[in-house]
Ligand binder design. Structure first.
Ligand code: UDP
Length: 331
């Protein structure tokens, strides 16, 4: 039966599509190609559908009749979500609503949902466990938290079971060099740092050096995109076993790296000095996000394979160096 992957032409989506195919699953990608890349899913069935259209989404679901939906299609920039919340409510709430309605109409009962550590806001305790209070400090986190709430409601009303995966900071690229990160515009730290190493940017701005952290810069838990892809496969297995109901898991490496430490590691991996400049804080950034993934390890049997930041950066650098213009097209 078909696994429908929304946003499958995007960064984490395309790595997961590849992982599903390697498991022998039949995949259909639904993507409006506003940010995704056709080349990232070459050879895979792709339907260009904008999930913000309720009518088109329902039609696609009823025609494809998938066994399960992996929902990646979302907007995911913290800074932009603060300045343009409407975009985030439309893409992360309205589009999800249309998708869930379409699933209910097509009697599809399984979803693996891309959630985020941004739902925790500024956590009182590190490492973050799933039971901590959810007080997002930006619209990105808030819309994803709404998403998790919607999944609980659609479980009660329509029996849709779900596994929400709360990613920490996705990074890295496929080790075979064929897939990687290509956002336009790029706002994430690691690809921007590598753009400096490539000579595409002059320097990197460090957003805030006065945070209450060991070196004053924000601390994040970087997790390899291949490890995230693997967690989705395990999430599907959990749904198929009938174990799911409504579940949520953190996915991180349980290690925090500051912005300065990421820069230092990138200098080592690339051999480039990567000039940096202090800049004001970016609105909506919590000082420290490091997750506990004990629940995912115990219940899903998930074990990240890329635990080391330099190993993660090496795969990202391999992609960047060989694809200085990313996929070279927008769809
Ligand atoms: N960051 C930075 N300079 C940049 C981009 C990001 O200092 O040009 C910081 C950002 O403030 C955050 C961390 O790097 O503390 C990770 O940001 P990113 O946008 O990669 O991921 P996020 O944690 O926002 O999802």
């Amino acid at each position: 039966m078909t696994i429908l992957v929304t946003g499958g032409a995007g960064y984490i989506g395309s790595h997961t599509v590849r992982a599903l195919q390697e498991e022998g699953e039949e995949v259909v990608v639904l993507d409006d190609l506003s940010e995704g890349h056709r080349k990232a899913v070459k050879g895979t069935k792709l339907r260009k559908v904008d999930l913000k259209s309720a009518v088109r989404t329902k039609k696609a679901l009823c025609e494809i009749r998938p066994e399960a939906v992996f929902h990646f299609a979302a907007s995911c920039y913290v800074g932009e979500s603060v300045t343009d919340p409407g975009k985030y409510y439309r893409q992360n709430v309205v589009a999800l609503l249309n998708l869930l309605e379409g699933m209910a109409a097509a009697s599809c009962k399984r979803m693996v949902f891309s959630s985020t550590c941004a739902i925790y806001g500024e956590p009182k305790r590190i490492p973050i466990t799933e039971d901590l209070p959810k007080n997002p400090v930006n619209s990105y986190g808030r819309t994803k938290l709404h998403g998790e709430g919607m999944l609980a409601d659609y479980h009660r009303a329509h029996g849709i079971e779900s596994v929400s995966l709360r990613y920490f900071n996705a990074a890295g690229a496929h080790p075979d060099g064929s897939l990687g990160e290509d956002h336009e515009p790029e706002t994430h730290l690691i690809p921007l740092v590598l753009d400096v190493a490539l000579g595409k940017r002059k320097d990197i701005k460090i957003f805030g050096t006065d945070y209450p952290t060991r070196d004053g810069t924000c601390i994040r838990d970087y997790i390899h995109v291949m490890d995230l892809a693997r967690a989705h496969i395990l999430g599907l297995a959990c749904l198929r076993d009938g174990r799911a109901g409504v579940r949520a898991y953190n996915l991180g490496n349980e290690t925090g790296h500051s912005v300065l430490e990421v820069l230092e590691a990138a200098r080592k991996v690339t051999g480039h000095p990567i000039p940096a400049e202090d800049a004001p804080r970016r609105p909506g950034d919590p000082p420290k996000l490091v997750g506990s993934s004990a629940l995912a390890r115990n219940e899903l049997g998930w074990q990240p394979r890329f635990g080391d930041l330099e190993a993660i950066l090496a795969t990202a650098w391999n992609w960047h160096r060989n694809h200085p213009d990313g996929y070279g097209e927008t769809g």
